[in-house]
Design a protein around this ligand. Structure first.
Ligand code: DOR
Ligand code: ZN
Length: 346
C-alpha cells in the first residue's frame, strides 16, 4: 500500500455559482480543499467590492456546519470598473484577484472586456498594488479557429499587455496548449498558470470520437494529444509557475445534454484522486504537493495550509457519485473513463 501526505490543497480556480447550485456543490469542494479562488461570472456578475462582500457572505452561509472553507474572492473586470474600487477591494483582504473575461469568450462573459484600452487604468492600478489579474486567455474573433484561440491570445493580447505593464501579476487560467506552457514557463515571477484536472486527462478525441460527449466539453476546449502531454509535463515538472485550478464548473444535466450545451466539467468531487492517479502515472507523486498545495499559495503570497491530506493507493477502485443532486437538477461528476485507485483517507 502506498500513501502520500500533502499540506491540504487549494483550488485556484473554481465556479461555485449561487443559490441552490452553490448549496449543493460547495461541500464537494470544502471536503478536500481549504481555500479556492472563486470565479465571479454569476448572473449578474460580481463586479464591485460590495458585490464580492455580499457573495462571500452567501458562500459562508451555504457552508454546512462543521466544514471549513475560505473563499478567496475575485472581481469581474468590466469596462466600467473603477480603479479606486479595485484598490479598496485589495486592501479589504477579501478580494485576491480580478478576472478578465474577453466579452463572449465563455459562460456569462458578455459583460466582460471588448477593448483592453478601456481597462488600462484598472490594470495600471493593479500593477502598482500587486493584485493579480486572472485571464481567460482566448480571443473571440470569429475568424480565429476555436483550437487556436489560446495561442492567438498569448501573441496578440497577453504578450503586448505584459510588455506594456511588466509589473502586472498575471495568472493564465486553465492553459490548454504547449504554447501556453512555454509562455508561462518563461514568464518570470509575475506570471503563473493554472491547469485543470480534466485537461490533464482529456484530448479532443475524447470529446468527439464515438459520439459527442457533452460532459467533456469545456472552455478552453481540450486540444490535441501533444498539448495534453505538454500540460502533464508542466504540472509534474516541479516548476513553481504551474498550479492547480480545477475550473470545476457545474451545469445541470439538461443544459449540458442540450442542442447548445454549456461548457464546463464538474471535477470538485474527484479531483484529488484523479490528480494522484495522473502524478502516479507520470512517476511524479513527490511533486503533487507542489502542484496542489504549495505553488498556488506562493504565487498569491498566502501561507501554506497547516492541515494535511493523506491519499492512499488501494487495490479497490475509488468510488464517487455519478451525479450530485441539486434543487435545480442533477450535475454529472466528471468520469475519467478509467478506474482510479487513489483514495483520500483524511
Ligand atoms: O468550461 C468552462 N466553464 N469554462 C469557462 O471558462 C467558464 C466555465 C463556466 O462558468 O461554466
Ligand atoms: Zn472557469
Amino acid at each position: 500500500m502506498l500513501t502520500i501526505t500533502l499540506p491540504r490543497p487549494d483550488d485556484w480556480h473554481l465556479h461555485l455559482r449561487d443559490g441552490a447550485m452553490l448549496r449543493a456543490v460547495l461541500p464537494e469542494s470544502a471536503r478536500h480543499f481549504a481555500r479556492a479562488i472563486i470565479m465571479p461570472n454569476l448572473v449578474p456578475p460580481v463586479v464591485t467590492l460590495t458585490d464580492a462582500v455580499a457573495y462571500h457572505g452567501r458562500i459562508k452561509a451555504a457552508l454546512p456546519e462543521g466544514m471549513a472553507f475560505d473563499p478567496l474572492m475575485t472581481l469581474y473586470l468590466t469596462e466600467a470598473t473603477d480603479p479606486a474600487d479595485v484598490a479598496r477591494a485589495a486592501t479589504s483582504g477579501l478580494v485576491k484577484a480580478v478576472k478578465l473575461y474577453p466579452a463572449g469568450a465563455t459562460t456569462n462573459s458578455h459583460g466582460g472586456v471588448r477593448d483592453l484600452a478601456k481597462v488600462l487604468p484598472v490594470l495600471e492600478k493593479m500593477a502598482e498594488i500587486g493584485l493579480p489579474l486572472c485571464t481567460h486567455g482566448e480571443v473571440t474573433d470569429p475568424e480565429v479557429d476555436i483550437f487556436d484561440r489560446e495561442a492567438v491570445f498569448i501573441d496578440t493580447v497577453l504578450a503586448p499587455l505584459r510588455r506594456r505593464l511588466p509589473d502586472l501579476r498575471v495568472v493564465m487560467e486553465h492553459i490548454t496548449t504547449e504554447e501556453g506552457v512555454a509562455y508561462a514557463a518563461e514568464g518570470g515571477d509575475n506570471l503563473a498558470a493554472t491547469i485543470t484536472t480534466h485537461h490533464l486527462i482529456l484530448n479532443r478525441n475524447h470529446i468527439l470520437v464515438g459520439g459527442i460527449k457533452p460532459h467533456y466539453y469545456c472552455l478552453p476546449v481540450a486540444k490535441r494529444e501533444k498539448h495534453r502531454l505538454a500540460l502533464r509535463k508542466a504540472a509534474t515538472s516541479g516548476s513553481p509557475r504551474f498550479f492547480l485550478g480545477t475550473d470545476s464548473a457545474p451545469h445541470i444535466d439538461s443544459l449540458k445534454e442540450h442542442a447548445c450545451g454549456c461548457a464546463g466539467c464538474f471535477t470538485a468531487t474527484n479531483t484529488m484522486p484523479l490528480l494522484a492517479h495522473v502524478f502516479d502515472e507520470e512517476d511524479a507523486l513527490d511533486r503533487l504537493a507542489g502542484f496542489a498545495s504549495l505553488n498556488g499559495p506562493a504565487f498569491y503570497r498566502l501561507p501554506v495550509n497547516a492541515a494535511r491530506m493523506v491519499l492512499e493507493k488501494r487495490s479497490d477502485p475509488c468510488t464517487w457519485p455519478d451525479k450530485i443532486d441539486t434543487e435545480a437538477g442533477p450535475v454529472t461528476v466528471f468520469n475519467p473513463g478509467f478506474p482510479v485507485h487513489w483514495h483520500v483517507v483524511s
